[in-house]
Ligand binder design. Structure first.
Ligand code: GLU
Length: 435
């Protein structure tokens, strides 16, 4: 049985596509899957000079990484015979004609091209996002549809390929809205039905300017290399200009398929925000199992830091896997296996004194010594230290020197967590040293 909904993603492999383009792919995919339909990938490589195999492979790999599987795959260049068949039919039926024209390169040479015979009428179509669009096609003139019978141009190729593949919904960027009347004219000339159109509003950068590589939008590879989770990118990019109309923001692949709908695609340009994407990723990391989290973080840790107990500490402080690598490089995790070196003055909290600091640390050591190794948990350490701080003017007077003595870092996890990871002996030894 033929699917009721067939959508397509039709990228031109003339460069690395950024996230804005993948949003189009995501919406097309989600819509097809939601309606148990088919999703087609069509590589539009009619521009033989600028299209490359490398870019094509990159698109295929990126879709795979995102989990967007397609049901059919075409390359526009493989359809030249079909395009030719329709061109001949159009010429025969008077909807197109061969025209001898002077070449535009100034050589005065005559060239044959194929023009569409424009009936000069108003074309209107119902766009799923923009509503009714009306355009007069008179200004378009008898536009060119092919360089010759073997070299069709964009509009003809798109219309024929959509028709032959039975595309029911054309979901693409708003920059194609003005192409639609031309394409509808060609559809009518070849006897093809007009698909449903959904033109997606542009994706802009945080500066409200068109998204580009320099302005935040990177190809999928970049996010993959930075250690983002594919499902988080899928989720985050689907949320550029769309939301399900509820408070839920974190969606799995399958939940997105269920929730997606054009009615919630915003009409105004969507703003892309890299920080929000990091937030999505962090939320997706939180949903991983303990085992998955451990395996992934261990991948980025040197052997001496593959300590199971520090996994939650790392997890709390990262939003993507590369952050683990950065923490290692910056030495932020060294204190787990190496005694920190620091200047003693940095142990002092605000306007406290060295004497006071030392006596607070001594009191902590005495109290912590009573805990057995096995009871040396962050909760117990916290209870004991907090009891001492009750007698102090401020908690920082004790908690700062303890934390600093253990980590030697201006920023680190709280002292209780570090104490638990280090264990009783190492914790007490570092505190003694500080005293
Ligand atoms: N190949 C076109 C592009 O890359 C898309 C054509 C279409 O979606 O109709 O922008």
């Amino acid at each position: 049985m033929k699917e009721k909904v067939i959508t397509r993603f039709a990228p031109s492999p003339t460069g690395y596509l950024h996230l804005g383009a993948y949003r189009t792919a995501i919406f097309s995919y989600l819509y097809a899957k939601k309606h148990n339909g088919a999703f087609v990938l069509r590589i539009e490589n009619t521009d033989r000079v600028r299209s490359t195999k490398e870019y094509e492979e990159n698109i295929i790999e990126s879709l795979k990484w995102l989990g967007l599987s397609y049901d059919r795959f075409y390359r526009q260049s493989e359809h030249v015979e079909t395009h030719k068949k329709y061109l001949e039919k159009m010429i025969k039926e008077g909807n197109a004609y061969l025209s001898q024209e002077e070449a535009k390169d100034g050589s005065k040479k005559m060239k044959e091209i194929i023009r569409f015979k424009n009936p000069n009428i108003d074309i209107s179509f119902e766009d799923e996002i923009k509503g009714k669009v009306v355009m007069n096609t008179k200004d378009l003139g008898n536009f060119v549809i092919a360089k010759n019978l073997n070299e069709p141009l964009f509009h003809l190729a798109v219309v024929v390929d959509d028709f032959e593949a039975g595309i029911t919904h054309v979901i693409r960027g708003e920059d194609h809205t003005s192409n639609t009347p031309r394409q509808i004219l060609i559809q009518r000339a070849i006897g093809a039905p007009t698909p449903v159109y959904a033109h997606l509003p542009l994706v802009l950068g945080p500066d409200k300017l068109k998204l580009s590589k320099r302005r935040g939008a990177q190809p999928i590879n970049y996010y993959k290399e930075m250690g983002f989770l594919p499902d988080a990118i899928l989720n985050g990019v689907a949320f550029i200009g769309w939301n399900p109309g509820t408070d839920q923001e974190i969606f799995t692949h399958d939940e997105l398929v269920k929730a997606f709908d054009f009615s919630k695609v915003q009409k105004s340009p969507a703003i892309f925000n890299e920080e929000k994407l990091e937030w999505f990723n962090k939320e997706h990391i939180k949903k991983l199992s303990v085992e998955e989290l451990k395996n992934k973080i261990f991948e980025y840790l040197p052997n001496n830091l593959k300590i199971e107990r520090i996994i939650p500490i790392i997890a709390e402080r990262i939003s993507k896997w590369n952050d683990v690598k950065d923490m290692v490089t910056r030495g932020e995790l060294d204190f787990f296996y190496k005694e920190p070196k620091y200047e003693k003055e940095k142990l002092i909290y605000k306007n406290s004194s060295l004497e006071k600091t030392a006596s607070n640390l001594k009191e902590s050591v005495m109290a912590l010594e009573k805990l057995s190794e096995k009871d040396f948990t962050k909760e117990n350490v916290k209870n004991i230290l907090m009891k001492i701080t009750d007698r102090l003017e401020s908690r920082g007077e004790l908690l700062h020197p303890v934390r600093y003595a253990l980590s030697g870092l201006d920023k680190s996890p709280d002292p209780f967590v570090i104490a638990e990871v280090l264990g009783k002996n190492e914790t007490l030894s570092r505190l003694q040293k500080a005293i």
